[in-house]
Design a protein around this ligand. Structure first.
Ligand code: GDP
Ligand code: MG
Length: 677
């Protein structure tokens, strides 16, 4: 096993109030991973910052992340900063991985919204995320990147942020920013006057400072008055005010950074802000267990990775208690887990730490049962109550797969079991109707990662095959059939004759009726006929299981010696086949009720698209401010790629759910393409 232990000691915290857990969120490509790398360099954890194009960043450490140059999972970077431990949680921005983002928010006490200043607007999904954080009262700040690329006008960016996220009072910079000639020269802290980078000679930002002091003075009128009278600023009081406003969500600092510049301008200012004015786990006010290091252990698995040598890597957020080496813990169902030494991860490296106190995050290896999302409690905890799960994106993109060889097949189900234990967004289905193995993913990127992990982590190769829906068939009109199974040449003969009537029974499943008069079919062979009917219906007449029919046995003939159970079963099957030749067998396809929630402006496009999918729109309602809720019935066959199409039609803003309703007749020209189920 290669040595994955770094020479430098891992940062650690002895008290919850010294911790800062912050999630980096925002659209893909805004520079979250690059910023995390630059912050790690600034904090001295890395001697050199890697880059996303080179595939050398610490947070994107799975091979597929390097190849795609995009984060696909939550990564933790613990950094030491002025006596604090900052746990940066780099979350993927791409919609497919929204579950990883939610896991990061579960583990964090604050969110840094990373926005590329080159983008004139805040993407709608990001705005939605901001609103959701607002509802859960998660403190937020905005970090601007890409200031060095475009001809950015900071005033315009700031105005856009203030218009969309709050007001000039709530969304505001804490620094005077020297951005000239497409370069971030430096920052000057409006309160302390401390400079970051090398700001040029800028006029004293007295007006900006006065407005900030007014905002931070809060109820304390004398603070501002004294400043305006020319007294020096009461920095401790103002910093306390800043912290209070950030925690209350009434102030969202806006920070300018240049993470790719040689001096990583602004990264130190950001770390200072986190240490001075951001919440620690001790400030949590939600329903989760309070961060008491002396309480019994309560931790949640927020992410699970896999290492070729170390096996399963479980990232735990310790909510209460202190995680120490060799701790006995259990899952809510009573399963015991042995927690080995806590480790501090840094990309591929794991460094042992003496403990992880309440509020901290740590990686443990070799858990056997705990899945992502599971709660672990110390053996000394009175009852092990499960912490609530975090919201997950719906996995609505089905892909049918088949093992490439027998050797692959042997390993496939175990590998999928491991993957779904690690990734709660993945759903694996063995469809009983079609017999297909189906991977349900949140989108194509999630599917690509899942297939890649099957091969890279488990050595299993699969091929994707055409996805099938569970077709059935029925009789569209009544029909009669005569079944004659007579073989009497030599030896023991076979003799059975029966007449059947088949009628449609919409929504009624299957009924068998015996109307034989005069014992033309002896009573003890009637069950044989029913058995033969059931078997043939299960096989179907055009390759799909038949449903919603009433089959009536009307007449028949038997032979005293040659008739048998088997002969009547065969005759029944023949009678049904003949009925199918006379009557019209119709193919039924599954139809779902679909609910689409989307911004009003895309309603027309989405309605048009639903009709093109043979959908039947049931109605549209108001689904919230500026949102429509469209309800429709849509054949499942047409929904196979709907997650992708809805995403592009609605620019990533539409969501939908689906629920099986019933089977309904399939148009003949389509049914002809699915003759054999
Ligand atoms: N010029 C410039 N490029 C940046 C900056 N931040 C990130 N990048 C580049 O933008 C691309 C996407 O960055 P990445 O960190 O992967 O974004 P993420 O998806 O938010 O994690 C990469 O090629 C980075 O090198 C920045 O401030 N300026
Ligand atoms: Mg990233």
């Amino acid at each position: 096993m290669p040595d994955r232990t770094a020479r430098t000691p891992a940062p650690s915290a002895d008290r919850p109030d010294l911790l800062r857990n912050v999630a980096l969120v925002g659209a893909g490509g805004t520079g979250k991973t690059t910023l995390a790398e630059a912050l790690a360099h600034t904090a001295g954890v890395l001697t050199r910052a890697g880059t996303v194009p080179d595939g050398t960043t610490t947070a994107d450490w799975e091979e597929i992340e390097h190849r795609q140059q995009r984060s696909v999972q939550l990564a933790l970077l613990p950094l030491p900063w002025r006596g604090h431990k900052v746990n940066l949680l780099d979350a993927p921005g791409y919609a497919d991985f929204a579950g990883e983002l939610q896991a990061a928010l579960r583990a964090a006490e604050a969110a840094l919204f990373v926005h590329s200043a080159a983008d004139p607007e805040l993407p709608r999904p990001v705005l939605e995320l901001w609103r959701r954080c607002e509802r859960t009262r998660l403190p937020r700040a905005v970090v601007l990147t890409h200031l060095n690329t475009a001809r950015v006008r900071l005033d315009d960016v700031l105005r856009m942020l203030q218009d969309t996220l709050g007001t000039p009072d709530t969304v505001r910079p804490l620094h005077h920013v020297d951005l000239r000639d497409g370069r971030l020269h430096g920052l000057t802290d409006l309160l302390t006057g401390r400079t970051y980078g090398a700001p040029g000679d800028t006029p004293d930002p007295a007006a900006e400072r006065a407005r900030l002091v007014e905002a931070l003075a809060g109820e304390d009128d004398t603070l501002l008055a004294r400043y305006l009278d020319g007294e020096p600023l009461d920095l401790p009081a103002l910093t306390a005010g800043l912290r209070r406003e950030v925690l209350a969500g009434t102030l969202h600092p806006v920070l300018a950074t240049a993470p790719t510049a040689p001096d990583r301008t602004g990264c130190d200012a950001l770390l200072d802000l986190l240490a001075d004015a951001f919440p620690s786990p001790a400030d949590r006010t939600d329903d989760l267990p309070p961060a008491d290091p002396d309480a019994p252990l309560t931790a949640q698995v927020v992410h699970t990775g896999e290492d070729p040598y170390l096996g399963r890597l479980s990232l735990l957020k310790v909510f209460a208690g202190t995680l120490r080496p060799d701790t006995a813990a259990r899952l809510p169902d009573g399963t015991e887990e042995h927690l080995t030494a806590p480790h501090s991860p840094l990309g591929h490296q794991l460094r042992p730490v003496p403990h992880a106190v309440a509020g901290d995050l740590a990686t443990v290896t070799k858990l056997t049962s705990a899945r992502t999302g599971d709660t672990l409690t110390g053996a000394d905890a009175p009852d092990a109550a499960a912490l609530p799960p975090w919201p997950l994106p719906e996995a609505l993109l089905p892909t049918a797969v088949r093992a490439r060889s027998e050797a692959d097949d042997d390993k496939l189900s175990q590998a999928l079991g491991r993957l779904s234990a690690q990734d709660p967004a993945l759903r694996v289905e063995q469809n009983p109707d079609t017999g297909q193995l189906v991977l349900w993913c949140t989108g194509e990127a999630h599917l690509a990662v899942t297939l890649d992990r099957l091969t890279a982590r488990h050595g299993v190769r699969v091929d994707t095959v055409d996805y099938q829906v569970a077709l059935r068939e029925t009789f569209a009109a009544p029909a009669e059939g005569h079944g004659r199974h007579v073989k009497q040449s030599g030896g023991h003969g076979q003799y059975a004759i029966c007449d059947l009537t088949v009628e449609p029974l919409p929504g009624g499943g299957f009924e068998f009726v015996d109307r034989v008069v005069g014992g033309t079919v002896p009573r003890h062979f009637v069950p044989s006929v029913e058995k033969g009917v059931r078997a043939q219906l299960a096989r179907g007449l055009r390759g799909h299981p038949m449903t919603d029919v009433r089959v009536t046995l009307t007449d028949g003939r038997a032979h005293a010696v040659d008739s048998s159970d088997a002969a009547f079963q065969t005759a029944a099957a023949l009678a049904l086949k003949e009925a199918a030749e006379h009557g019209s067998v119709e193919v039924l396809e599954p139809v779902d009720e679909v609910r689409v929630l989307l911004p009003d402006e895309y309603q027309g496009a989405v309605l048009g698209d639903l009709s093109a999918r043979r959908g039947h729109v049931l109605g549209t309602e108001v689904g919230g401010e500026g949102l429509s809720l469209v309800r429709a019935e849509v054949p499942e066959l047409e929904l196979a790629r709907y997650p992708l199409d809805l995403r592009s039609l609605s620019h990533g803003t539409g969501r939908f759910t689906r629920r099986y309703l019933r089977h309904a007749p399939m148009p003949a020209h389509l049914a002809a393409r699915h003759p054999d189920g």
